[in-house]
Design a protein around this ligand. Structure first.
Ligand SMILES: [Mg+2]
Length: 159
């Protein structure tokens, strides 16, 4: 029930070929530890180049975060304070981007918020490794359970 469709080391491995093959027209990214280090307000060059590449290939892009932090306007449209895994923010972005949930891909570093939220919204999902080892007691606790499940999912997906 938390199993992602794909498992990658980083979000930057996603290619427009994969998206096309899966009928994906929009990608909804978690921000913290998925496209930038936790708490970063701005995208770095690598992040910008990657996202601009997706957009140039005709892919719509949106962002979702549980964090209330104000971000650089590059991260738009953004649904902040999303209370993931609630489907609300994901579905609002799907509507805003004009892409049906089944043609959206959610990319995130956390199984219990990003991947679960994507599944709750009827979207495809990618789980990536967190960019930094951000230390927060609640996240650390979730990581323990995440590790156990990821071992199983990697086997099932054949990674
Ligand atoms: Mg994250």
């Amino acid at each position: 029930m938390f199993r992602p469709d794909h498992i990658f080391d980083t979000a930057f491995e996603i290619t427009s070929d994969l998206l096309e093959k899966e009928g994906i027209k929009a990608v909804i990214f978690d921000i913290d530890d998925t496209v930038v280090p936790h708490g970063s307000e701005r995208p770095d060059e690598k992040c910008q180049a990657f996202i601009n590449g997706l957009k140039a290939a005709g892919v719509k892009v949106g962002y979702i975060s549980n964090n209330p932090l104000k971000r650089d306007p590059f991260f738009a449209p953004l649904f902040p304070l999303a209370h993931k895994p609630s489907a609300k923010g994901f579905l609002a972005l799907s509507e805003k981007l004009g892409v049906r949930p089944e043609n959206c891909l959610v990319v995130g570093d956390q199984l219990f918020t990003d991947v679960r939220g994507g599944i709750n919204s009827g979207m495809k999902t990618v789980k990536v490794e967190p960019i930094t080892g951000y230390k927060d007691a609640f996240i650390a606790c979730k990581r323990v359970f995440e590790k156990i499940l990821m071992k199983k999912y990697k086997k099932e997906i054949g990674k």
